[in-house]
Design a protein around this ligand. Sequence first.
Ligand code: SOE
Length: 381
Amino acid sequence: MARQLTPVNVGMIGYGFMGRAHSNAYHKVNHFFDVKFRPVLKAACARSQDKIRAFADRWGYESVETDWRRLIERKDIDVVDICVPNNLHAEIAIAAAQAGKMILCEKPLAMNTAEGQKMVEAVEKAGVANMVWYNYRRVPAVTLAKQLIDEGRLGRIFHYRAKFLQDWTINPDLPQGGTALWRLDLHAAGSGVTGDLLAHCIDTALWLNGPIQQVCAMTETFVKERKHTLTGRLEPVGIDDACAFLARCANGSLATFESTRYARGHKALYTFEINGEHASLFWDLHDQHRLQYFDHRDQSIVRGWRNIHVSDSEHPYHKHWWVPGLQIGYEHTFVHQVADFLSALEKGEQAEPTFRTALETQKVCDAVLESARTGKWVAVP
Ligand code: SOE
């Protein structure tokens, strides 16, 4: 007998890279996960009628809107998915919460902590389910790292080291602003690599290693002026092209973080390494199905780095996919996040990271940017 699933109507705002990643996840989730709810692609929304119609047709959205306020007013929308530039997150999320919608918001939560705080207050006051798309938590090897740490296998943690390297903005002729390049425009993005890439590293670090207490950072903007797509004029670049920071963590460990869009040869090299008293872990997004693990308690003659191929049915999420040994990829992390969101809904719980959890990452980002501005250590509130 066919499973009776309860529809959850999704209103998607935006149609870019993340709009596609999330839409794909909504389509896939019920094929692979036994959850009671079924996402229904009810409406897609963007200012351009032509673009959103093309997106809706390709991904199977039932209708389109060209004003997000209209979408939020609709009685047939249960979940609002915010996939637009960062400067629009707060206004949309607060209005959606007031309209009683569940909200899934792209990372980073907001332009800054003050905005993020208002978003947290809005969703908590409205009592609506909310989650931020920090998808790398749901790479099975990263989830396995969390499991090994929580089991105490590493013992006391001494070091956390993360980096996220790209090279796509080295060309000084690349404009800033507009649909594809809003990440280079301070007014749309809020910051550069700090909010876009380090936010991922910070979210994972807080999840795996606990709170960060203080930071000391430096940033650089290598290309000082770029043509703005919307004005056609050469305008100052306000974002950080690169950022590196030191951190002291509440568990006594020392951490280092580095991110840049100027590391020639690297497209999305997100790596982290954790060194504990008994064991260490290393993960690399370019080899995302592997978790490297070194355990000093192994017999010395066979001791060494194990390269765990995280694809067994006992590994996180894998039993839902293929047979052991077969890999899954980037898009699956979003399917996992939707599956976790729907199963939390079923249990009346909140799926992580909630807006409140993601606010902690925002606070670290703000402290990092303040430290880079002032040249001083800054405490994370
Ligand atoms: C930037 O290039 C970007 O797309 C980020 O915005 C994403 O969050 C990251 O996962 C990959 O890189």
